[in-house]
Design a protein. Structure first.
Length: 283
């Protein structure tokens, strides 16, 4: 079985500040030392999940860098034989690789809660200005959008690790088939109580092995199609811009909506609108 691991950074053990997850090349409130430590722990958690998948009999493991610029992984820290992707212009973004023939499982590493979640460290959806995403009336996060896209290719999500708020949301939406490992307890948007990193990595490895062994019995995630989708922003100017896109309707001052025949259309429409919404708010 081939396995894809989507690895983000906000849910990694030891992370609780934007400073830690912001690549220094963009300037602003950043710290090279903090970022380097966080990207190393991110890679070690991905490596733990990859090793667990290999221990469970996976024949091919692809680690997909899914954070920000998507150039964060330190490849030399991954297990021998593991493949990885990097670069932020990937056709399937955070789940690049699920379209490959023979992929039987998708694993989430370093995942975080959706925008607006109480106690979710660095909780957000995609960027800092999306307030909510709803599919058929239900709010979801990156985990749900990615699961739907993977399900489009027949690939189930079987494992997730990150903060406890995100793990509860993932279980509630994707079901108990997803083995979850909470590596930290959210205390607020910018605080958490963490496991020791090596303990977190041990639990991730064990959880990933369990999940991949049970993957043949897991079902891909889906929705009722065609599906309705809504995207809410933190400012009406973003909705103004998105309303001009053909096929997009205005729902309220900060929300736009559309209909999608399948998960691929839904995901790519969401991705396009997230880009269109990047407008100046200072005139």
């Amino acid at each position: 079985m081939k396995v894809v691991i989507s690895v983000d950074m906000e849910g990694v053990c030891g992370v609780s500040s934007w400073v830690q997850v912001s690549p220094p090349e963009f300037g602003g409130l950043v710290s090279s030392a903090e970022y380097e430590r966080a990207r190393e722990r991110m890679t070690l958690e991905a490596a733990a999940a990859a090793q667990g998948a290999l221990d469970a009999g996976a024949t091919d493991v692809l680690v997909n860098d899914s954070h920000d610029t998507m150039r964060n992984l330190i490849p030399e820290l991954l297990p021998d034989g593991v493949r990885f992707t990097s670069g932020n212009d990937k056709p399937l973004s955070m789940v690049q690789g699920v379209q490959e023939p023979g992929v039987g499982a998708l694993l989430y590493v370093g995942y975080h809660a959706r925008a607006g979640s109480m106690r979710g460290p660095l909780a957000h959806t995609w960027n800092g200005f999306i307030r909510d995403v709803r599919v058929n009336g239900s709010s979801t996060g990156e985990y749900g959008l990615n699961a739907l896209l993977a399900g489009h290719y027949g690939v189930p999500v079987v494992f997730a690790c990150g903060d406890d708020v995100a793990m509860a949301e993932i279980t509630a939406e994707l079901g108990p088939q997803v083995v979850t490992v909470a590596v930290k307890e959210g205390l607020s948007s910018f605080a958490a109580a963490h496991l020791h990193p090596r303990e977190a990595q041990r639990r991730i490895r064990e959880g990933a092995e369990q999940a991949v062994r049970s993957a043949p019995d897991a079902a891909p995630y889906s929705a009722v199609w065609p599906a309705t989708a809504q995207l809410s922003f933190n400012h009406q100017a973003r909705a103004d811009a998105c309303e001009r896109v053909p096929g997009i309707t205005r729902v309220d001052a900060v929300t736009v909506g559309w209909s999608s025949p399948d998960a691929f259309h839904l995901f790519q429409t969401f991705r396009m609108l997230a880009k269109v919404g990047e407008v100046r708010l200072d005139g």
